[in-house]
Design a protein around this ligand. Structure first.
Ligand code: NDP
Length: 395
């Protein structure tokens, strides 16, 4: 009898616990799901941000940078005023925050909601681009529709090279929005950690590295006009999602993670982390700048010396003589430096460097194939002169 009661009680207890656990996890799951549901606040935030970018990009003073020459001999001109737009926006937000018109934590309070709102926006915009592209009779290289007939392919990769809205080049616009969005998310996460009184050394390091990286990106925004994405990719879901959702929301995972995790970094780790960042930055910016300068002026000095060139086309001096994609190495070191402040207790903050490693190895392979076809023997000679792809003596 006693045994039965005990078992009965135990059963009752375990059923009650199970019930509580189930209810709690159901509630957790349903509250998690509900935090993805877009509210009007997040729709207004997103549309407000895009409207600001459209207006600021069009009216603020800008450096007009000629884009690559297209198949029909025409070229676009890009208004490079991202840095000014960004500084003005941050200034306005700080003033608005101090005066009580905006909340510094408006973004970090709605992270998941903004993520789903931006995702839905990307789907809608790319469907509109798809329909507009299909209907277009334009024959110019920028707007000529490329229709394969496979709806998913055409929506994913896009139909037109350089679609615009009210004269604003959408591809350039979305990259800018993504990079600025990343910074705005970070700043809002920083505000949240200050509000919660848990600002840590790790958060400061992460924020500092990202601010320098993003400001540097906008300082050299004109370099973007000659990248593969801007020159060669059509504007479809892949690019729009990558710019608007992937960049801001996955590159900021470390900041979100640090909001709820505490890390104690020894001084040696902080110093090592700063070294990885500085070396990464010097290699990344140095390599990209050397190539950019070389393309503009093939006689421009590299590290104070006249450049060594193969076939009159390929630079073999400076970083381009160390590995064929030293700029990727720099970018990877930078990505690692953004995650190191989180310590090594969880793999989650390492999402960005791991993703970037896979992406850049794949991209390097594609670029290698493209260059081998374009430069033929000259590329083979370059490969012999510089045998390493990204990391000397390793890869
Ligand atoms: P690159 O800037 O490396 O450009 C590759 C092109 O440069 C080649 O196709 C070739 O083009 C030219 N080139 C290659 N070798 C030489 C040489 N020795 N001398 C002269 N020209 C050469 O490629 P990406 O556009 O992929 O990358 C630009 C930057 O963006 C990189 O720093 C990369 O790390 C970063 N990036 C970052 C990403 C992220 O998610 N964080 C994603 C992708 C890129 P040509 O035909 O013009 O000669």
């Amino acid at each position: 009898m006693t045994v039965r009661v005990e078992i009965g009680e135990k059963k009752e207890f375990s059923t009650a616990t199970e019930l509580t656990w189930r209810t709690a996890s159901k509630m957790d799951f349903s509250s998690l799901l509900s935090s993805f549901i877009p509210s009007w606040d997040s729709v207004c935030l997103l549309l407000g941000f895009f409207s600001y970018l459209g207006i600021a990009g069009s009216i603020l003073t800008a450096k007009l940078v000629p884009g690559a020459i297209l198949a029909d001999g025409t070229r676009l001109h890009y208004r490079c005023n991202g840095l000014l737009s960004l500084l003005l926006l941050v200034g306005l937000l700080v003033i608005g925050g101090w005066m009580g018109f905006v909340s510094f934590t408006a973004i970090s309070d709605r992270g998941l909601e903004l993520l789903s709102t931006t995702f839905i926006f990307s789907v809608i915009v790319t469907l509109i681009l798809y329909v507009a592209g299909c209907k277009s009779n334009d024959r110019s290289a920028s707007l000529k529709p490329h229709i394969s007939g496979n709806i998913i392919d055409d929506w994913w990769f896009g139909i037109q090279l350089n679609p615009n809205f009210l004269g604003v080049d959408l591809k350039f616009f979305f990259v800018r929005a993504g990079m600025m969005g990343w910074l705005l998310i970070n700043l809002s996460v920083l505000a949240k950690s200050i509000q919660d009184a848990n600002l840590s050394q790790s958060m400061i390091l992460y924020q500092l590295f990202c601010v320098i990286y993003i400001m540097d990106y906008f300082f050299y925004e004109e370099y973007m006009t000659s990248t593969w994405d801007i020159i060669a990719e059509r504007l479809g879901f892949m690019l729009v999602f990558g710019d608007l959702v992937w960049i801001p929301f996955t590159f900021s995972i470390q900041g979100w993670w640090l909001l709820s995790n505490k890390v104690d970094l020894p001084t040696a780790a902080v110093v090592a982390n700063c070294c990885v960042f500085v070396i990464g930055y010097l290699v990344f910016r140095g390599a990209n700048k050397q190539k950019h300068d070389f393309k503009k002026n093939p006689k421009a000095l590299i590290w104070g010396q006249p450049p060594k060139v193969i076939g009159g086309k390929l630079l073999v001096s400076g970083y381009w003589g160390i590995a064929r994609h030293c700029n990727y190495l720099g970018d990877l070191l930078l990505a690692l430096s953004f995650s190191l402040p989180c310590g090594i207790s969880s793999p989650l903050p390492y999402f960005y460097p791991i993703y970037l490693l896979i992406l850049l190895i794949w991209r390097e392979r594609r670029d290698e194939a493209r260059c081998a076809e374009k430069y033929k023997d000259v590329w083979a000679e370059y490969r012999r002169a510089v045998p390493w792809r990204i990391l000397p003596y390793v890869y």
